[in-house]
Design a protein around this ligand. Structure first.
Ligand code: PGA
Length: 254
């Protein structure tokens, strides 16, 4: 049985005060969730709020993640932040290769691979985002794209490290659009991802890996997605911003 994982990606939203307020609300609301001890919940605020959120989540079931890192340890890399720095801020997770970073900041598969390797070496769990564009899907290239992204991102990741990688399937056309992949569409790709990992690392390892879905997930569609065998959780953008809607989503996980 894989442990469900829900990750809130706040993107470039919330001041420090707003972040603390949301966490305080969330801490109160999640105490009502019956099976809370069986779910992993990670919040990924903007860098500027990480320190405050680290303190706000103390003594709660919430864990902390960053939205990005650079692969160098330190040096003349203006504007960048290393894995040691986010570790220092209390992060145990980091989102790597989000499609917004690939699209707006021109991150390549090779950049993403370096980020995966460095976070694994520092014992930070990377959440590797992969997914096809609408055009790719129309052109029936979804599986080719996913395969290429996985091959590059997971190059040189060893079998004793891979179960620490979370893979997030996020079709670009579903992110922030309100147009979620159907459970069938998502499951089909999740199964493909697990099979890819099985071919590379073997059944026992692939079976343990957590593969989560992202793209317009909300409290209404989460339970149908989670019924699928290979969907182990969600990467949530918009619906993670408000404590109430995020709590409702977690309640509806089942
Ligand atoms: P969304 O974002 O839930 O707002 O679609 C998901 C994501 O980008 O991770």
């Amino acid at each position: 049985m894989r442990r469900p994982l829900i990750v809130g990606n706040w993107k470039m939203n919330k001041t420090i005060q707003e972040a603390i307020q949301t966490i305080n609300d969330l801490k109160t609301l999640v105490t009502d969730i019956a099976n809370i001890n069986n779910i992993d919940i990670v919040i990924c605020p903007a860098y500027t709020a990480l320190y405050a959120v680290k303190h706000a989540i103390a003594h709660s079931r919430l864990m902390l993640g960053a939205q990005n890192i650079f692969w160098q340890e330190n040096g003349a890399f203006t504007g960048e932040i290393s894995t040691s720095m986010i570790k220092d801020l209390g992060c145990s997770y980091v989102i790597v290769g989000h499609s917004e970073r690939r699209q707006y900041f021109k991150e390549t598969d090779s950049d993403i691979n370096k980020k995966i390797l460095v976070s694994l070496n520092k014992n930070i769990t990377p959440i590797l985002c992969i997914g096809e564009s609408l055009q790719n899907r129309v052109d029936k290239l979804t599986f080719n794209i996913i395969k290429t992204q996985l091959e590059h991102a997971l190059a040189n990741v060893k079998s004793n490290q891979i179960t620490s990688v979370i893979i997030a399937y996020e079709p670009i056309w579903a992110i922030g659009t309100g147009q979620t992949a159907t459970p069938f569409q998502a499951q089909e790709v999740h199964l493909f991802i697990r099979k890819f990992c099985e071919d590379k690392y073997g059944y026992n390892i692939a079976d343990k890996m957590r593969i989560i879905y992202g793209g317009s997930v909300n409290s209404e569609n989460i339970s149908d997605l989670m019924k699928e065998t290979d969907i182990d959780g969600g990467l949530i953008g918009g619906a993670s911003l408000q404590a109430k809607s995020f709590t409702q989503l977690i309640k509806n996980l089942k």
